[in-house]
Design a protein around this ligand. Structure first.
Ligand code: UD1
Ligand code: UDP
Length: 387
């Protein structure tokens, strides 16, 4: 019997990383049963935001690249939509896999559902309950266009039920009779798979940065709420500069180009000033293996990234979250992640607590067993009755 054709839509850095878990599980278990097609929307395009992950994580090069680049939400999404429609019509996949909550996810959801291709949404059900966050709209629309929805956490699964999705639905599954699953997180699959390799291959980066294991803080900032609001960005970076000096600890900051662009173009004087801070080390984005090594070896993590919050948990590191709310609420409920917003007092207080006392809390397994990708592929095959 011929195999099935899965079309993956990726575009932003974390989606390329997530797709590697699916690619690996296809290679290991469904080599002759699944044909994988990868469409890159081109949302991220700098080498260190895109190509590096295909090379390092051994993912098939994209079969198509729409090359949309950066633009306003409407322009960017509409260019993706037009490009995706053409390719979907030509490729006619059995189903379309979407990851996460970016504009590439949204465009994939609209294009595929209007053409009646079933959608598999990986990382379904996450909600921040803040619709001013662009990702929140993308999440809601994508979930409601999907046929198979894979929720990574209990909270995400419950959110789907609260929106009317019914776990008891039985096959055949369609967009009007969707199926929801609690699967665990495919990024946990990746972190487990790459952790030792990352540590072995990338440890020399610590020397290059002149930092010791467990004796530096890892920081990422890229959310629009922190980079488009110059006051927030300045407060956060000034607080970190003060804390790094006060505690004599290096902060390693591989920053998204969005953040560096804002600093260079809109706050050049401030940027110049903090670039010369004794303990702050600004870096271009690093590869996933480098990032994994840094996460594994740091003392604590400060971030506004969804993915990095979770990875702090995978590597049992306390985390300060530079946001008012998070979709990964289990981390905050567990007390190992603290929401500090861009509030200098809160940042200083929680940083001091974690720096001096660490965390005595446990890091329970909220994110599955590291085999989420295999589970997802098995369910997809079942939908097409290929197992
Ligand atoms: C996007 C996602 C966000 C995700 C993040 C992962 C949306 C709405 N947002 O945010 O959910 O957390 O990706 O990293 O989809 N830029 C470059 N080079 C690149 C890519 C971007 O310089 O390769 C700069 C451009 O100035 C661009 C800005 O970053 O305008 C923002 O890029 P964009 O893809 O629109 O949003 P992200 O902030 O990356
Ligand atoms: N990441 C990376 N290099 C970096 C910063 C992040 O490889 O310089 C990885 C990180 O380990 C995680 C993912 O990118 O797996 C998170 O992406 P990002 O923070 O851009 O987006 P989000 O998860 O918030 O959507």
């Amino acid at each position: 019997m011929p195999g099935i054709k899965l079309l993956n839509v990726v575009g932003a850095r974390p989606q390329i990383i997530k797709a590697s878990a699916i690619s690996r599980a296809i290679r290991n278990h469904y080599q002759n049963k699944i044909t994988e097609v990868i469409i890159h929307t081109g949302q991220h395009y700098d080498k260190e935001m895109s190509d590096i992950f295909f090379d390092e994580l051994e993912i098939h090069k994209p079969h198509f690249n729409l090359g949309v680049g950066s633009a306003s939400h409407g322009k960017q999404t509409s260019m993706m939509l037009a490009g995706l429609e053409d390719i979907l019509n030509k490729e006619r996949p059995d189903c379309v896999i979407l990851y996460g909550d970016t504009n590439s996810t949204l465009a994939g959801a609209i294009a595929a559902s209007k053409l009646h291709f079933p959608i598999v949404h990986i990382e379904a059900g996450l909600r921040s309950f803040n619709k001013k966050m662009p990702e929140e709209i993308n999440r809601i629309v994508s979930d409601h266009c999907s046929t198979l929805l894979f929720a990574p956490t209990n909270a995400a699964f419950k959110n789907l039920m609260a929106e009317g999705f019914r776990p008891e639905n039985s096959p055949p599954y369609t967009i009007d009779n969707p199926k929801i699953y609690l699967t665990g997180d495919i990024m946990y699959d990746n972190s487990l798979f790459f952790a030792s390799l990352a540590d072995n291959k990338k440890r020399k980066l610590l020397e290059q940065l002149s930092v010791l294991r467990d004796n530096f803080v890892l920081v990422t900032i890229h959310r629009d709420s922190n980079t488009d609001d110059l006051e927030r960005l300045q407060i956060i970076l000034s607080s970190l500069r003060t804390l790094s000096g006060q505690y004599g600890i290096v902060m390693v900051m591989p920053f998204h180009p969005r953040t560096i662009n804002t600093l260079k173009s809109k706050m050049p004087e401030f940027y110049k000033e903090i670039l010369s801070s004794e303990y702050l080390r600004f870096l271009p984005p690093v590869s996933f293996l480098e990032m994994t090594m840094l996460e594994k070896n740091c003392k604590l993590i400060i971030t506004d990234s969804g993915g990095v919050q979770k990875e702090s948990h995978f590597f049992r590191k306390p985390c300060l979250v530079l946001r008012k709310e998070t979709e990964w609420i289990e981390l905050v409920q567990n007390g190992t992640a603290k929401l500090v917003d861009a509030d200098p007092e809160l940042i200083a207080q929680e940083f001091g607590n974690l720096f001096n006392n660490g965390t005595t809390r446990d890091f329970p397994s909220f994110y599955g067993d590291g085999k989420a990708a295999e589970f997802i592929l098995k369910e997809i095959m079942m939908m097409f009755e290929k197992v």
